[in-house]
Design a protein around this ligand. Structure first.
Ligand code: CUA
Length: 433
């Protein structure tokens, strides 16, 4: 028996296995990892984790070596003497109390230091952002700039951002894994958190999510974060501060009949491709500087933030109509949307509670449905037609003619738009840069 046992071979196999496992973990890009150094918050947590892993490994190896030694050294042999009883040994009792106490103290020092560092008050000149959870979307208010936006958070690199975390309904949890967090949004209470996106970061896009179960679309309560250069941030703010264009739009040309109803035009087939708004996008004046995180940069470098959710089966829409969407007709039809959505400006404070995302600059966002779908004509049209079908539990009632409201199981009282009218509204919303 003793002759066949090869501890050396066993150890080398175990080491090789551990190495292979370790290397496998390095083989892929992990854009949502928390083990990143994109902010001082994540850096502190990661360094603490490394320290604790090292200390824990030392303790583990020490304990296992001692255990194995004792098992083999004092194993039962035919001629072994009767072992000496050690029950009641004061020396042993003190030793195995003091050693773990020392180990805990050594672990507690960096842990408590990190807790105090990350829980301290944010710098007074920090960027203030109120992140407000709604079932199921995110509102981000920038009180210093008097704007409020939805589902897409812009942060300048190198500047500490101090979050006030609130919810208007149930518990949610704010989390940008690559930056820091997560922290709960608790009813009737304000939580705080701060971090500084590293000033060496290139302009980047990151995923954010709700990390606390908050109802049937919890998994669909995502958001995007853009860490951008300070001058890009200023441009974005300037654009968001501007009100919607209220200039009269020229009368719409007669609606061209859809050439081939039911057939998806080539320009619309890949998700994300926008139809050419030949009709009257120019009717809403473009104001410089208009800056939002560039879509082509997202596609080429930050594909992991592009929603891949398939359109649920059964949400039919005649995509050919989207090529004939008219901004002017859409503008008059969209009056109904104002019952819930603010349109005229992103400016705070609001006279009433916010119940739905602000749409003043909806065309400058890259996602809809709280990060669930790309903000393109195909998805937007189906969203307006029946958002509850696109996102379970959505509080927005269906606006498509004859659609069933998923929340009531009855035909929607607001279901008044034909596909052609929805195509007009889509054209209008997309023009709101
Ligand atoms: Cu909000 Cu989960």
């Amino acid at each position: 028996m003793v002759g066949t046992f090869r501890p050396r071979r066993l150890i080398s196999v175990a080491l090789l296995g551990a190495l292979a496992l370790g290397l496998a973990a390095c083989g892929e890009a992990h854009p949502n990892t928390t083990f990143s150094h994109n902010s001082e918050y994540n850096t502190s947590i990661d360094q603490l984790w490394d320290k604790l892993l090292l200390l824990g490994t030392i303790v583990f190896v020490g304990v296992e070596v001692a255990l194995l030694y004792v098992i083999f050294r004092f194993r039962r042999r035919p001629d072994s003497p009767q072992p000496k009883p050690v029950h009641g040994s004061t020396t042993l009792e003190i030793t195995w109390t003091v050693i773990p106490a020392l180990v805990l103290i050594v672990i507690a020092i960096p842990t408590v230091q990190t807790i105090f560092r990350t829980q301290a008050k944010a710098a007074p000149d920090a960027l203030q952002v109120e992140a407000i959870g709604h079932q199921w979307w995110w509102e981000f208010r920038y009180p210093q700039y008097n704007i409020a936006v939805a589902n897409e958070l812009y942060l300048p690199v190198g500047r500490t951002v101090s979050f006030k975390l609130k919810t208007v309904d149930v518990l949610h949890s704010f989390w940008i894994p690559a930056m820091g967090g997560k922290r709960d949004l608790i009813t009737n209470r304000t939580n705080y958190m701060w971090f500084t996106p590293n000033d060496t970061l290139p302009s980047s896009a990151w995923n954010g999510a709700c990390a606390e179960f908050c109802g049937e679309s919890h998994a669909n309560m995502k958001f995007r974060t853009y860490t951008v250069k300070p001058d890009e941030f200023e441009s974005w703010v300037k654009n968001q501060q501007q009100g919607i264009a209220v200039a009269a739009v020229p009368p719409a040309p007669a609606a061209a009949a859809p050439a081939s109803a039911g057939v998806v035009p080539a320009a619309l087939t890949p998700a994300g491709v926008q139809p050419a708004l030949a009709v009257s996008a120019a009717a809403i004046p473009q104001r410089a500087p208009v800056w939002a995180f560039p879509a082509d940069k997202i596609e080429s470098q930050f594909g992991y933030t592009i929603p891949k959710t398939p359109i649920p089966a059964g949400n039919e829409f005649d995509d050919a109509l989207l090529l004939n969407g008219d901004v002017a007709r859409g503008q008059s039809a969209a009056g109904l949307c104002m019952a819930c959505h603010a349109f005229t400006s992103n400016a705070m404070p609001y006279a009433v509670d916010v119940i739905a995302p602000n749409l003043t600059h909806i065309g400058s966002r890259h996602t809809i449905g709280s990060g669930l779908y790309p903000n393109d004509a195909r998805h937007l049209a189906r969203w307006i037609k029946n958002s509850g079908h696109m996102k379970p539990g959505s509080k927005m009632t269906p606006f498509g003619k004859g659609q069933i409201d998923g929340n009531t199981g009855k035909p929607s009282g607001m279901g008044m738009y034909t596909d052609a009218q929805i195509a007009d509204i889509v054209a209008y919303l997309q023009a709101l840069k």
